[in-house]
Design a protein around this ligand. Structure first.
Ligand SMILES: [Zn+2]
Length: 451
């Protein structure tokens, strides 16, 4: 795969140099000149100068019909590599390596059709750049950290730089794992590749409306997973999809099976084919801990008497996103006394929710929003001693305990025609987990069907 482009750029450089012998150079302002023409600019460098000397940006003009053509020796190449840092950009990185503005612009132009260098570049992305000894880009290979299989290559074709995307072959593997909880889910999943990602997929994704992983797990609980993961060159790349997740606990248990019905969206279903999606998210944010639970009679440490706390307080960093816990319509968004900056949302069936002490509100009254829409940020406005979210749930105007919101509520059930197929898949996945999962580490259980 790497041979053909390198042959191409070699040919390209040869062609370029042949053309070069008939050129004369004149200095122009780099940016504007480069912006007007779609073509790459080159720079002059005397052969004795080091490759990365920064030189004035120049424009060349082709003068027809001059002089003899000599076949030059192929120039040596300098290879530079770098990783995009935080607050970095491809431009800054290249600039830091001493690449000229003209070459960076040319590279940017070439990249445009396949890769938006300004928007798509992320910290951790890597690249390698080959420069000819006159400082021109010969080849550029960019690897996005989020999608390392999607390699962006820029190569020289004569005077032009051309870009293309190459997708490296990936391998899907089906994996199984069963672990015992010692203290928390995240530590238990530490034995897996990207255990943190797997934790998020399970806790914030699949079981988000069913299991509260901050409160419910107990030592000795068991968690089993069957999933698909992507591998590149034999190395783990990322999780693709969790097919089955099973939590067997002392406080809660749950089974989640991924299932897709023809013509409907895919989702997770319990043992009987009932959707795990519930009306409310268990928690309206990613938080550190619950600093105060719902209580109709909470003993107040200063007042020395029982004062109700009709909500849940979540300790979280200022600026943490706050999500609507269910779809609905914003009925209030603004300052409200001791609540500080507060959002109130009306939901179906007489429910409403309140989110208080926000530092910022990102919705307006009357707006319709979906579940998990970001409505604002954690703050400490109103009567709050530090940044936290005070969250209330009301049914027909009466406060209820948010922790009980999803109890007893049911998701939608799969339709009859799909239930038999669902049951077959469920049993197949369960037997995969039972036969392969109990080794305490991820094991391959075969390749999923190609797609
Ligand atoms: Zn509170």
């Amino acid at each position: 795969m790497r041979d053909s482009p390198s042959t191409l750029w070699l040919l390209g450089i040869l062609t370029g140099l042949l053309v070069l012998s008939g050129l004369r150079f004149g200095v122009l302002s780099g940016r504007s000149a480069a912006a007007t023409a779609g073509q790459e600019r080159i720079e002059t460098l005397s052969p004795a100068e080091p490759v990365l000397t920064v030189v004035p940006v120049v424009q060349r003009e082709v003068v027809a019909g001059t002089g003899a053509v000599t076949v030059p020796r192929l120039p040596p190449l300098l290879t530079l590599t770098d990783t995009i840092g935080p607050d970095d950009s491809i431009y800054l990185s290249l600039k830091g390596l001493g690449v000229s503005d003209a070459q960076i612009l040319a590279l940017g132009e070439a990249l445009k059709p396949v890769f938006d260098a300004e928007r798509a570049a992320r910290p951790g992305d890597t690249y390698s750049l080959q420069l000819t000894d006159d400082g021109r880009v010969a080849r550029f290979e960019y690897t996005p950290i989020a999608e390392p299989e999607r390699l962006v290559i820029v190569f020289r074709d004569g005077d032009q730089l051309l870009a293309r995307e190459t997708f490296l072959p990936l391998e899907y593997r089906q994996l199984a794992l069963e672990v015992t909880i010692e203290d928390n889910l995240s530590n238990a999943l530490g034995v897996a590749d990207d255990g943190e990602v797997l934790t998020d997929l399970l806790a914030d994704g699949i079981f988000r409306s069913a299991i509260d992983f901050h409160k419910d797990p107990r030592t000795g609980d068991r968690l089993g997973v069957v999933c698909q993961a992507l591998y590149m060159n034999g190395a783990f790349l990322r999780y693709d999809r969790i097919l089955l997740a099973r939590y067997s606990g002392q406080v809660v248990s749950g089974l989640a099976i991924h299932y897709e019905t023809p013509g409907a969206s895919a989702g997770y279903f319990d043992e009987r084919g009932v959707s795990l999606e519930r009306m409310f998210l268990l928690n309206p944010l990613a938080f550190r801990r619950i600093s105060s639970n719902f209580s109709r009679r909470r003993f107040h440490p200063i007042l020395k008497r029982n004062v109700p706390h009709l909500g849940t307080d979540y300790a979280a960093n200022r600026g943490t996103e706050v999500w609507a816990t269910a779809r609905g319509r914003v009925s209030a968004a603004g300052r409200n006394g001791g609540y500080g900056k507060m959002v109130e949302i009306e939901h179906a069936n007489g429910y409403s929710t309140r989110y208080a002490h926000l530092s910022r509100i990102s919705v307006r009254t009357g707006q319709r929003i979906e579940k998990k829409h970001v409505i604002g940020r954690v703050g400490s406005t109103g009567r709050a001693t530090g940044p936290h979210l005070h969250y209330e749930l009301l049914k027909n105007g009466r406060h209820i305990n948010p922790a009980s919101a999803n109890r007893g509520s049911q998701g939608r059930s799969l339709k009859k025609p799909h239930l038999r197929d669902f049951a077959r898949k469920r049993d197949e996945l369960r037997s995969i987990l039972d036969s392969a999962g109990r080794r305490g580490s991820m094991v391959a259980v075969g390749d999923p069907p190609a797609r």
